[in-house]
Design a protein around this ligand. Structure first.
Ligand code: C2E
Ligand code: MG
Ligand code: MG
Length: 677
């Protein structure tokens, strides 16, 4: 992980350096020795944004002309922060690379008594091919590895004693930072945290990928507006052809696709009902990105594009219309009879193994298509229908292409219906709260319950919260629903003084500025002790709004609630946050529980997550335990509590009060299966 962090820093530095170097204006102004321009455009990167610690602009030969360190310009002859040898070395480093693309290369070196990561790139015009290296000035940018940067790196990776040292320390891990000729300039040393080494290994890649993208985003924000204006100007000047091409896959882009729909030949085919559109969307692409990083994700998309291109008919028009979305425009007399087979072939092709970054990946794709109705549909309407069909395919998950049917339009209508009915049910007090027991992993005794909303609609039948909560979140009804559930639980807690409960909070609720106030006013009205209530949250909000999550969770915790991280493990990037946020408890998602009896890897993963949680001083709960064996294994893995159908599903309060697990002795009889284990 530390290595990953270093790579992220390295990557960011190279990104920034290239961006400041592959720049027509910089090239022109440095040629003309326009000092004002250099100060206000390149110096500003260091001085104003404090994005960089050090910058040096070196002419093609001789000492550096301009230099900045820690927000200050170094004037006059001292501008050579770097020795002539160092500058020469950095220039040599990049001289050996081909010219048609601008690259920055990095190197650790000492600058004064600072250990610095340096990156160098030649300052070139927009078209660098053919430029002679020895005529070009060089940008050399750097990050100083001081205490602050190193401790930040450490914080992100759960090690609070990461530091720079001149020697290897006994009982500690280390990475050597090597200089230009391989000499050790210093060591990063830290105490390796013990928890869940295996889990850590598994998450190393996604974590560093996430870090790289976080770091990159951070820097883009840190840029001056100046630089952005330049970028825009450059973009504007790009040729018409570029504007119609997706630069990553080199396929036509959305703009070009829309343009193609307007062609006379396509419109004619459409009117004759001889036109069709296939809409493809890669499933779970965000996950792929999180797992192998954005560069890996890009690579995968390019491969998808190549495969599609290779199998579609010659006259088909393939475009990348979104991040993971492709459209295929087909025309011809036989189209109606061919389109399904073509769509099928696309699916088969994409389902084959991909090799990305030396690893084998499999992805699935959702495919919908629509065919023009003679004289009835516009070209745009056909595309929209293909999109609707694709969404239907996503929901069905059958791996088959889905042909448009107007029935699918009604999903939108159905959601509206559910939302209206739920609103009415809330007003009429027809929504109930069920409780699912959470038992002690050792004794099997019920320790508390999780409150789960239960709605048996008069008109629509019984529905899982998993179905109507997303709709309520979308429409905003979740606020009222959340308050309703919270009040009901408080009322039940008042009536049953022994009871402790956890309540689910939607991320959308956390965005409500009045949330804390509202909950506390219900607490005040009912007189329940907040120590009897746990609030469950999933990782999503923590990743998408870390600052807000921290603020809200701290306030809720301050009010006396316990905070639970629900469905842990489904969102990947939260290990760093686990430490920073005031969680008390972690619930291992049920996807990690299913299969532990038969699959060693699943079992090891569950154990690792449990030990990670315990090492972080959190209570660990296994969710979704359905069999005695799973309960045993969860207990042995070190889970403190267990919840699942094996003990009981959610039930009405009246049933809960009578509940006793059949065949499980709650008094801790030594015959109980858990103790036998
Ligand atoms: P969750 O918080 O992870 O709740 C656990 C879900 O897993 C419940 O589904 C529960 O019935 C189910 N479950 C429990 N044990 C087992 C088992 O052994 N096997 C299997 N297959 N499933 C088990 P449910 O009641 O359908 O709730 C689904 C989700 O809806 C909940 O997941 C929670 O995220 C959300 N939800 C439920 N009630 C509320 C609520 O009042 N407010 C909010 N915001 N979300 C809620
Ligand atoms: Mg929950
Ligand atoms: Mg859960």
């Amino acid at each position: 992980m530390i290595q990953g962090g270093l790579e992220a820093i390295d990557n960011t530095l190279r990104l920034v350096t290239v961006d400041y170097s592959w720049w027509q204006d910089a090239y022109d102004n440095i040629k003309e020795d326009n000092a004002d321009w250099v100060r206000s455009n390149i110096g500003s990167g260091v001085v104003d944004s404090s994005a960089l610690d050090l910058a040096v602009v070196a002419p093609p030969s001789g000492p550096a002309k301009y230099g900045w360190i820690k927000g200050q310009e170094v004037e006059g002859p001292q501008a050579d922060l770097l020795t002539p040898e160092q500058i020469l070395r950095m220039r040599k480093l990049i001289d050996n690379t081909p010219t048609d693309e601008v690259v920055a290369l990095t190197q650790f070196d000492m600058v004064g008594n600072h250990l610095v990561l340096l990156a160098a790139a030649h300052i070139t015009s927009d078209d660098p091919s053919g430029l002679e290296f020895d005529t070009l000035a060089t940008n050399i940018f750097g990050f100083i590895f001081d205490e602050e940067r190193i401790s930040k790196l450490g914080e992100t990776f759960l090690t609070d004693d990461l530091k720079l040292s001149s020697v290897i320390e006994p009982d500690k891990e280390h990475i050597a930072l090597r200089g230009p000729v391989g000499e050790v300039l210093g060591y990063l040393v830290w105490t390796a945290p013990a928890p869940g080494a295996e889990l850590l290994q598994k998450t190393l890649l996604p974590l560093s990928a996430a870090l790289i993208s976080f770091a990159a985003i951070g820097f883009l924000v840190a840029y001056g507006a100046n630089k952005f204006a330049e970028e825009l100007g450059r973009k504007e000047a790009e040729s018409y052809e570029n504007a119609r091409t997706d630069s990553m896959t080199l396929l036509p882009n959305r703009f070009h696709f829309v343009e193609a729909l307007g062609r006379r030949s396509v419109r004619t085919a459409n009117e004759k009902g001889e036109m069709g559109v296939i809409f493809l969307d890669v499933d779970g692409f965000k996950n792929v990105n999180d797992t192998i990083g954005h560069a890996g994700g890009d690579d995968l998309i390019c491969q998808v594009a190549q495969r599609l291109e290779a199998i579609i008919p010659d006259k088909a028009f393939l475009a990348r219309v979104g991040g993971d979305e492709f459209n295929i425009l087909l025309t011809g007399k036989e189209i109606a009879s061919e389109v399904n087979a073509i769509a099928q072939k696309c699916i088969e092709e994409i389902q084959k193994d991909f090799r990305v970054k030396g690893r084998i990946f499999r992805v699935s794709v959702s495919v919908g298509y629509a065919i023009a109705e003679e004289g009835q549909t516009s070209c745009e309407e056909v595309v929209r229908r293909a999109d609707v069909a694709m969404y239907q395919a996503k929901g069905q998950k059958t791996g088959e292409p889905v042909a448009y049917d107007k029935e699918y339009e009604s999903n939108l209508f159905k959601n509206k219906q559910i939302d209206d009915a739920l609103r009415a049910a809330l007003n009429a007090g027809e929504v109930e709260v069920y409780y699912q027991p959470i038992v002690n992993a050792q004794s099997g005794k019920m320790e508390m319950v999780e409150a789960l909303v239960h709605w048996d609609s008069k008109n629509l039948g019984s529905m899982s919260p998993a179905e109507f909560i997303p709709i309520a979140e979308e429409s905003g009804l979740i606020g009222a629903l959340g308050t309703y559930v919270f009040r009901k639980v408080c009322e039940d807690l008042v009536k049953n003084p022994e009871m402790l409960a956890s309540i689910n909070m939607s991320p959308v609720q956390l965005l409500d500025p009045l949330l804390v106030e509202n909950l506390l006013s219900i607490i005040e009205q009912t007189g329940v002790d907040t120590a009897r209530i746990e609030l469950e949250l999933t990782e999503g909000i923590v990743v998408s709004h870390p600052a807000l999550a921290r603020e809200k969770l701290t306030a809720l915790k301050g009010a006396g609630f316990s905070i639970v991280l629900d469905d842990f493990g489904t969102g990947f990037s939260s290990i760093g946050y686990l430490r920073q946020l005031p969680f008390d408890k972690l619930k291992i998602d049920r996807s990690f529980i299913s299969g532990v009896e038969t699959n060693v890897e699943a079992l090891n993963l569950m154990k690792s997550i449990a030990s990670l949680g315990r090492a972080l001083d959190l209570t660990v709960v296994a969710e979704g335990v359905e069999t005695a064996e799973q309960a045993n294994l969860a207990h042995l893995a070190g889970c403190n509590q267990i919840q699942g159908f094996y003990f009981s599903g959610p039930m009405a309060i009246a049933d809960l009060l009578k509940w006793q697990h059949p065949g499980f002795d709650k008094s801790g009889n030594p015959e109980s299966h858990l103790l036998r284990a």
